[in-house]
Design a protein around this ligand. Structure first.
Ligand SMILES: [Zn+2]
Length: 453
């Protein structure tokens, strides 16, 4: 039986609300306690009238209803724009105004005030909704049947959304449950989920228990085809061993270059990007050579420490492959596993070197794998990018919005405050472009134009 205790604090309340539609995603009328005064534009009606309508509507977006968000600052995914107004219609951003113009007639206006900043919803490029952030996620997972696991995954996704993470890329579930999850709830109730399904791994290899074991050219081609047929968004391969799986060695490769070429080539033929879990240097080099689109972790594990060839760091930077940085843990939370903790300084030094060499880097928290990484941990990863890798706050914000969106194939719809983009918007108090710490001061979250927090 699955331990519900391990899920306490994982927004059980909000999940109930998702199921009933009772409390969250009620629309954009705003919770005044969170800040954000609501009033109808155009001088008609009063606040009470404006409250009654959306409450009565429930959480289904009325067609043609226009919502305007205002704040003292907007970060559009590239830069800070100062005082601005974001116009939302039918779940998408229809306009961004920095001229100080009045809101369109009839629009519902939420003004978060001069101290607030509107940003694109954040993107976590590497999560595991199926892992429960307990001390032993492998045992927790084994104790859950698929029905219970789906409920836990919904709770995990809601928890992420409420922290402003409006898009997650799930790089390893069991039984393709992340695909079921996004089909089960209205899209506005959860973050947008890009999913890999079970990661492809060797027999008994890293995360074999998720069900993605495949070796040999025929089986690897079939594994990629199955993921494409089921509607996965990305093909994930455990190129090296990992820390989570008993008996697996992170510094050792699981697949050779020829096998990796088969998988990456087959994924690309199917129109899917390929993500490589890589710890050891050989795995990193082979994944770059095979043409993978994102490299996950990139820790350069050896048996006893960390060792990166500077030439390989430069090659990664020059290749354009995206480095998904496994960053972020809750403040004063449990320490990472000893194997990680003792190597962390060296891992971060290499990440910093890659960044200075021009590598494309995005945050991918690996949320769910350890107690220090609950599913709403991404904002702390942005702080880590600044404090440990040397990004400016603006660079870290870009990494988690525009750059992340492009990296996972959603550059057209996500990661920007711009006309045509999905209305996934985070509102924080303070100025995260000046002080990245304010990214955790969440005032409101909108998902496809509906208020989720
Ligand atoms: Zn992972």
């Amino acid at each position: 039986m699955c331990s519900l205790r391990s899920w306490l604090g994982l927004a059980v309340g909000p999940v109930v609300n998702v199921f009933t539609g009772a409390a969250i995603g009620r629309g954009w009328h705003g919770h005044l306690a969170d800040g954000g005064a609501v009033r109808p534009a155009g001088g008609n009606g009063d606040d009470k009238a404006s409250w009654a309508g959306p409450c009565a509507r429930g959480w289904v977006a009325p067609v043609n209803q226009m919502l305007v968000l205002r704040a003292g600052q907007v970060f559009d995914g590239e830069r800070a724009l100062g005082l601005a107004m974001v116009v939302i219609q039918d779940g998408r951003i229809s306009g961004l105004d920095t001229s100080g113009a009045s809101p369109p007639e009839g629009a519902e206006v939420v003004d978060f005030g001069p101290d607030a900043c509107l940003l694109p919803g954040l993107i976590d490029a590497h999560v595991h909704l199926a892992f429960d952030a307990s001390a032993d996620v492998v045992t927790s997972l084994a104790a859950c049947d698929d029905g219970a696991l789906l409920d836990h995954m919904a709770a995990a996704a809601v928890r992420a959304l409420r922290a402003g993470v409006t898009t997650v890329r799930d790089l390893g579930d069991r039984d393709y449950l992340s695909l079921q999850l996004r089909g089960r709830f209205p899209s506005t109730a959860l973050p947008h989920i890009a999913a890999a399904g079970p990661p492809i791994t060797t027999s008994g290899g890293h995360c074999w228990f998720l069900g993605g074991q495949a070796e040999g050219e025929t089986a690897l081609r079939a594994a990629v085809a199955e993921r494409a047929d089921r509607g996965c968004d990305v093909v994930k391969v455990m190129v090296s061993g990992g820390n989570l799986t008993p008996g697996s060695q992170p510094h050792e490769s699981q697949y050779d270059l020829a096998a990796l070429r088969v998988v990456a080539g087959e994924a690309h033929r199917a129109g899917l990007p390929a993500a490589a879990h890589v710890h050891g240097a050989q795995a990193v080099a082979d994944a770059v050579e095979a043409g993978f689109d994102t490299l996950e972790h990139v820790t350069f594990f050896t048996a006893g420490g960390v060792d990166a060839d500077p030439a390989l760091l430069d090659r990664i930077a020059a290749s354009g492959v995206v480095v998904s940085v496994t960053a972020g843990s809750i403040p004063a939370g449990p320490a990472p596993p000893p194997a990680i903790a003792q190597r962390m300084a060296a891992i971060r030094a290499n990440h910093g070197q890659m960044f200075r060499a021009g590598a494309t880097m995005v945050p991918g928290t690996d949320a769910g794998v350890t107690p220090g990484k609950p599913h709403d941990v991404l904002p702390y990863a942005l702080r880590a990018l600044v404090e440990q890798i040397g990004m400016t706050p603006r660079q870290a914000l870009r990494a988690a919005t525009t750059i992340a969106a492009s990296a996972i194939g959603l550059g057209e719809s996500k990661g920007r405050i711009a006309a045509g983009a999905d209305a996934d918007v985070l509102v924080v108090r303070g100025d995260p472009v000046a002080d990245i710490g304010s990214i955790t001061n969440v005032q409101a979250v909108f998902r496809a134009g509906l208020r989720a927090r």
